[in-house]
Design a protein around this ligand. Structure first.
Ligand code: NI
Length: 169
Protein backbone atom coordinates (compact mmCIF):
# COMPACT_ATOMS: atom_id res chain seq x y z
CA UNK A 1 0.00 0.00 0.00
CA UNK A 2 1.05 3.55 -0.48
CA UNK A 3 0.09 7.00 0.68
CA UNK A 4 -0.56 9.43 -2.13
CA UNK A 5 -0.25 13.18 -2.24
CA UNK A 6 -3.72 14.72 -2.10
CA UNK A 7 -4.39 17.24 -4.85
CA UNK A 8 -5.38 20.63 -3.52
CA UNK A 9 -7.84 23.13 -4.92
CA UNK A 10 -6.36 24.70 -8.03
CA UNK A 11 -5.22 21.38 -9.49
CA UNK A 12 -7.08 21.04 -12.82
CA UNK A 13 -7.94 17.36 -12.21
CA UNK A 14 -10.44 18.42 -9.53
CA UNK A 15 -12.44 20.15 -12.30
CA UNK A 16 -12.43 17.15 -14.64
CA UNK A 17 -15.39 14.81 -14.86
CA UNK A 18 -14.13 11.36 -13.85
CA UNK A 19 -14.48 8.37 -16.17
CA UNK A 20 -16.66 5.32 -15.61
CA UNK A 21 -14.80 2.20 -14.45
CA UNK A 22 -15.45 -0.63 -16.88
CA UNK A 23 -14.00 -3.51 -14.90
CA UNK A 24 -13.21 -4.12 -11.24
CA UNK A 25 -9.74 -5.57 -11.71
CA UNK A 26 -6.63 -5.79 -9.53
CA UNK A 27 -5.63 -2.27 -10.52
CA UNK A 28 -8.91 -0.90 -9.14
CA UNK A 29 -8.55 -2.96 -5.95
CA UNK A 30 -5.03 -1.65 -5.45
CA UNK A 31 -6.21 1.90 -6.11
CA UNK A 32 -8.94 1.52 -3.46
CA UNK A 33 -6.43 0.17 -0.90
CA UNK A 34 -4.05 3.04 -1.52
CA UNK A 35 -6.90 5.54 -1.26
CA UNK A 36 -7.97 4.08 2.09
CA UNK A 37 -4.46 4.37 3.46
CA UNK A 38 -4.19 7.92 2.13
CA UNK A 39 -7.56 8.96 3.59
CA UNK A 40 -6.88 7.51 7.04
CA UNK A 41 -3.44 9.06 7.22
CA UNK A 42 -5.01 12.44 6.38
CA UNK A 43 -7.80 11.91 8.97
CA UNK A 44 -10.51 12.27 6.35
CA UNK A 45 -13.95 10.63 6.18
CA UNK A 46 -14.11 10.49 2.40
CA UNK A 47 -11.86 10.59 -0.64
CA UNK A 48 -12.52 10.49 -4.37
CA UNK A 49 -9.99 9.13 -6.89
CA UNK A 50 -9.50 12.49 -8.67
CA UNK A 51 -8.17 13.84 -5.37
CA UNK A 52 -5.12 11.61 -5.75
CA UNK A 53 -4.83 12.40 -9.43
CA UNK A 54 -6.80 9.49 -10.91
CA UNK A 55 -9.78 10.54 -12.99
CA UNK A 56 -11.96 7.47 -12.36
CA UNK A 57 -15.37 7.11 -10.72
CA UNK A 58 -14.29 5.59 -7.45
CA UNK A 59 -14.73 6.99 -3.98
CA UNK A 60 -14.27 5.74 -0.45
CA UNK A 61 -16.13 6.80 2.66
CA UNK A 62 -15.79 5.98 6.33
CA UNK A 63 -17.80 8.15 8.69
CA UNK A 64 -17.35 5.66 11.53
CA UNK A 65 -14.96 6.86 14.20
CA UNK A 66 -13.53 3.34 14.64
CA UNK A 67 -12.36 3.41 11.03
CA UNK A 68 -13.36 -0.20 10.59
CA UNK A 69 -16.14 -0.11 8.04
CA UNK A 70 -15.07 1.77 4.94
CA UNK A 71 -17.34 1.81 1.91
CA UNK A 72 -15.67 1.56 -1.47
CA UNK A 73 -18.03 2.82 -4.16
CA UNK A 74 -17.33 2.22 -7.83
CA UNK A 75 -19.41 4.19 -10.34
CA UNK A 76 -21.81 5.51 -7.66
CA UNK A 77 -25.05 7.05 -8.92
CA UNK A 78 -27.51 8.88 -6.70
CA UNK A 79 -30.86 7.68 -8.01
CA UNK A 80 -33.17 9.59 -5.68
CA UNK A 81 -33.04 12.26 -2.99
CA UNK A 82 -35.23 13.38 -0.12
CA UNK A 83 -36.88 16.78 -0.40
CA UNK A 84 -35.69 17.42 3.11
CA UNK A 85 -32.36 19.22 3.33
CA UNK A 86 -29.94 19.43 6.22
CA UNK A 87 -27.07 21.77 6.82
CA UNK A 88 -23.74 20.54 8.11
CA UNK A 89 -20.20 21.79 8.49
CA UNK A 90 -18.10 20.30 5.73
CA UNK A 91 -14.45 20.17 4.97
CA UNK A 92 -12.53 18.57 2.14
CA UNK A 93 -9.04 17.08 2.02
CA UNK A 94 -8.41 19.22 -1.07
CA UNK A 95 -9.13 22.34 1.04
CA UNK A 96 -7.05 21.85 4.19
CA UNK A 97 -8.10 24.21 6.96
CA UNK A 98 -11.40 25.29 5.40
CA UNK A 99 -14.80 24.34 6.86
CA UNK A 100 -18.15 25.72 5.72
CA UNK A 101 -21.83 24.97 6.17
CA UNK A 102 -23.36 23.26 3.16
CA UNK A 103 -27.00 22.28 2.63
CA UNK A 104 -27.60 18.81 1.24
CA UNK A 105 -30.33 16.21 0.94
CA UNK A 106 -30.89 14.26 4.13
CA UNK A 107 -31.83 10.91 2.65
CA UNK A 108 -30.62 9.51 -0.66
CA UNK A 109 -30.66 6.25 -2.55
CA UNK A 110 -27.36 5.36 -4.16
CA UNK A 111 -26.42 2.59 -6.56
CA UNK A 112 -22.82 1.47 -6.89
CA UNK A 113 -20.54 -1.46 -7.53
CA UNK A 114 -18.39 -2.80 -4.70
CA UNK A 115 -14.89 -4.29 -4.86
CA UNK A 116 -16.33 -7.77 -5.48
CA UNK A 117 -18.02 -6.44 -8.60
CA UNK A 118 -21.50 -6.69 -7.02
CA UNK A 119 -24.06 -4.03 -7.85
CA UNK A 120 -25.74 -2.67 -4.76
CA UNK A 121 -28.42 -0.14 -3.89
CA UNK A 122 -28.61 1.40 -0.44
CA UNK A 123 -30.72 4.03 1.26
CA UNK A 124 -28.79 6.26 3.61
CA UNK A 125 -29.28 9.34 5.75
CA UNK A 126 -27.51 12.12 7.62
CA UNK A 127 -23.70 11.97 7.86
CA UNK A 128 -23.20 9.01 5.51
CA UNK A 129 -25.59 10.55 2.99
CA UNK A 130 -23.80 13.91 3.12
CA UNK A 131 -20.42 12.23 2.65
CA UNK A 132 -21.65 10.31 -0.40
CA UNK A 133 -23.09 13.46 -1.97
CA UNK A 134 -19.80 15.27 -1.38
CA UNK A 135 -17.74 12.46 -2.96
CA UNK A 136 -20.06 11.90 -5.94
CA UNK A 137 -19.78 15.64 -6.56
CA UNK A 138 -16.00 15.21 -6.81
CA UNK A 139 -16.52 12.64 -9.57
CA UNK A 140 -18.62 15.21 -11.42
CA UNK A 141 -15.97 17.93 -10.96
CA UNK A 142 -18.07 19.76 -8.38
CA UNK A 143 -16.56 21.04 -5.14
CA UNK A 144 -18.17 22.00 -1.84
CA UNK A 145 -17.29 25.67 -2.26
CA UNK A 146 -19.58 25.71 -5.31
CA UNK A 147 -22.53 25.68 -2.88
CA UNK A 148 -21.40 28.82 -1.07
CA UNK A 149 -22.48 32.38 -1.83
CA UNK A 150 -20.17 34.03 -4.31
CA UNK A 151 -18.67 36.49 -1.82
CA UNK A 152 -17.66 33.64 0.47
CA UNK A 153 -16.17 31.65 -2.38
CA UNK A 154 -14.15 34.67 -3.46
CA UNK A 155 -12.94 35.17 0.10
CA UNK A 156 -11.78 31.55 0.30
CA UNK A 157 -10.08 31.77 -3.08
CA UNK A 158 -8.23 34.90 -1.99
CA UNK A 159 -7.01 33.17 1.17
CA UNK A 160 -5.88 30.15 -0.84
CA UNK A 161 -4.03 32.41 -3.25
CA UNK A 162 -2.24 34.01 -0.33
CA UNK A 163 -1.33 30.54 1.02
CA UNK A 164 -0.08 29.51 -2.41
CA UNK A 165 2.09 32.61 -2.75
CA UNK A 166 3.55 31.86 0.67
CA UNK A 167 4.30 28.31 -0.45
CA UNK A 168 1.72 26.81 1.92
CA UNK A 169 -0.63 25.28 -0.62
NI1 NI B 1 -13.80 16.64 -0.79
Amino acid sequence: MAIFEIKKYGDPILREKAKVILKVDDGIKKLACNMLETMYSAHGVGLAAPQIGVSLRLCIIDVDLNKKSPSVMINPVIVSCDENKISGREGCLSFPGFYENVKRHDGIVVQYTNLNGEELEIEVQSLFSIAIQHEVDHLDAKLFIDYLPEWKRRFIEKKIKRNRNAGNW
